[in-house]
Design a protein around this ligand. Structure first.
Ligand code: ARG
Length: 352
């Protein structure tokens, strides 16, 4: 499969250069035949692939080169991804997550979610990411959160080891009403061990959606960003570099309606949707638990200047299929639960 990807990448690169070489000089008969046969072989690979995945659209997007379902890679020096973490089972990516840091108001009653670079030790993720296996790995110190770098590669281009910031998960708190059958309340918190000597200074936390932001944030067509190291096509491979894709918010009624008619999967309170009716752009397997964020665009008027966590990748029927939007756990709906859970855990820790 890896070689298939390589073949497709080089084949499509060759295809792209075709019109340019045409305009420079009339190609020879043999060159034309070579190009035609290359085009035929790409078509064949696409058909092969399509017959296996039953999805010609993703086979086509594969031919354009590997990307999160039609997203783009993020650069390390870009802004507004630094709260994204990779949750790893024994150094293998399994899910995404987002760094969060609650701060408490003087009265002790309120909570403000900080979005700064104090070393964060809490991650919000999806409850379905934390199975019996994860709970056992936590006991052995083998579940970690990797942060501060868009690349999960353990070696650099010269084959030398790279050091990644990796924090042990020391505790997991699943939402008490999480239901694996319906995916209701698909949210969990992970407490991380403090990082002794970080290699990256990029890590920071993201603020969580507040009531006062609801009217514009959770409104049809609000442009949101989802990011992760998940597969770049349905049934495809994980991505080594963090990918990001823009998806518009979709009203619950519309999303629930299309799921009700297309499958027996149901929406419940606390779930939100994002995506395009025509499909094509989405999160996918391995992106679960990762952030769906509102990110103000530079130079564009925005109700807020900093990024806001709107949701957590939860589920979908396939990936990027028409009318089957990506479903996310609403960050606003669980803001209170997150604050209470973290506060209880931290009070318990200081009393011990
Ligand atoms: N449940 C998936 C995971 O574990 C995420 C699926 C998201 N699907 C979608 N079509 N947006 O990684």
């Amino acid at each position: 499969m890896k070689t298939l990807l390589k073949i497709l990448a080089s084949a499509s690169a060759a295809l792209v250069t075709l019109p340019a070489s045409h305009s420079l000089a009339q190609p020879s008969e043999t060159e034309l035949e070579r190009q035609a046969s290359q085009a035929r072989s790409i078509e064949r690979i696409q058909r092969d692939y399509a017959s296996r995945t039953d999805d010609t659209a993703s086979a086509r997007s594969l031919a354009r080169g590997p990307r999160i379902i039609n997203g783009r890679p993020i650069a390390n020096d870009a802004k507004n991804w630094e709260w994204t973490v990779s949750i790893q089972r024994r150094n293998n990516h399994s899910c995404g997550g987002a760094l969060i840091s609650p701060g408490y108001t003087a009265s002790g009653k309120g909570v403000v979610w900080r979005d700064d670079d104090t070393e964060p030790v809490w991650v919000v993720t999806a409850a379905h990411c934390i199975t019996e296996l994860e709970l056992n790995l936590i006991k052995r110190g083998e579940l970690t959160a990797v942060s501060g770098d868009v690349s999960l590669a353990r070696r650099d281009e010269f084959g030398k080891n790279r050091r990644l910031d990796s924090q042990k998960v020391i505790a997991a708190y699943l939402h008490p009403d999480y239901d694996p059958k319906t995916n209701a309340n698909d949210i969990a918190l992970l407490q991380l061990e403090e990082l002794e000597n970080p290699v990256s200074n990029r890590r920071r936390s993201i603020g969580i959606a507040q009531d006062t932001q609801q009217s514009w944030l959770y409104a049809p067509y609000t442009s949101l960003n989802v990011m992760g190291w998940g597969t770049t096509l349905e049934g495809g491979f994980l991505s080594e570099t963090l990918q990001q894709v823009r998806v518009p918010f979709v009203e619950q009624a519309q999303c629930a309606g299309s799921y009700a008619s297309a499958s027996n999967m149901g929406m419940s309170a606390g779930m939100i949707c994002a995506g395009f009716s025509s499909g094509g752009y989405d999160s996918c397997q391995g992106d679960s638990g990762g952030p769906l964020a509102y990110i103000p665009a530079p130079g564009v008027p925005s109700p807020t200047r900093s990024a806001v966590l709107a949701g957590v990748v939860s589920w979908g029927s396939g990936c990027a299929r028409p009318n089957l939007f990506g479903v996310y756990t609403s960050a606003l709906a669980y803001r209170g639960w997150m604050a209470r859970t973290i506060r209880q855990a931290e009070t318990r820790d200081t009393n011990n």
